[in-house]
Design a protein around this ligand. Structure first.
Ligand SMILES: O=C(O)c1ccccc1N[C@@H]1O[C@H](COP(=O)(O)O)[C@@H](O)[C@H]1O
Length: 194
């Protein structure tokens, strides 16, 4: 059964829904262009309702230099380098000793060793062809993201056999507001909540 990450969370209520659904990760967008962008205070509010087994993830735009203050002030434990590459990954690993670091990349760039020690590597299925997804040994936890919904998650799991399912816009009422029913449905389909 894959783990669940509920991402793009903007408020503690939605974080609690994610916890109830059995999520292992709850993500907040802390430094990337997004309608779900939150400031440090809102990010900490989200992190504050998570039990210790659920890790708060901060999503940042890895195409620009890492803003350490945003990471350090947001209460996250893992930094997801969105649009990351191996150089941003290594720089972040060096800078963020004590934090987990993950990358969201296209799989052709996600060759072994580049991301050794990653919390997870996230394959954004918008950005690559599905034929590549069976590639490679599972040298780290591999997640799949990209408009995963209650309707398509079964197919996504069957096709990608991921260690982690990442949902955000596919379980929303509107950008930044999660639909509890959709979150629970995804959890149910992947076998987390019955
Ligand atoms: O959600 C956003 O607005 C966003 C903005 C900038 C970078 C990443 C963003 N979202 C992350 O992308 C994946 C897939 O999301 P979706 O299911 O396609 O909406 C997920 O990790 C989001 O948190």
């Amino acid at each position: 059964m894959p783990e669940l990450k509920v991402c793009g969370v903007t408020n503690p209520e939605d974080a609690e829904v994610a916890v109830e659904a059995g999520a292992s990760y709850v993500g907040v967008i802390i430094d990337a262009p997004s309608p779900r962008l939150v400031g440090p205070e809102a990010a900490r509010d989200v992190a504050s309702v998570l039990p210790s087994h659920v890790k708060p993830v901060g999503v940042v735009d890895a195409r620009k230099p890492l803003d350490l203050d945003k990471v350090l002030n947001s209460g996250v434990k893992v930094v997801q380098l969105h649009w990351g590459d191996e150089s941003s990954f290594l720089r972040a690993k060096l800078l963020l000793e004590g934090y987990g670091v993950s990358v969201a990349v296209a799989p052709l760039r996600a060759t072994p060793f580049k991301y050794a020690g990653a919390e997870y590597v996230l394959w954004d299925k918008k950005s690559f062809e599905e034929k590549f997804v069976s590639w490679g040994a599972r040298w780290t936890k591999v997640g799949v993201a990209g408009k995963v919904t209650p309707e398509n998650v079964k197919e996504v799991v069957a096709l990608f056999k991921p260690d982690l399912i990442d949902v955000s816009s596919g379980v929303e009422v509107k950008p930044g507001v999660k639909d509890p029913e959709k979150v629970m449905k995804v959890a149910e389909v992947i076998g987390l909540a019955l």
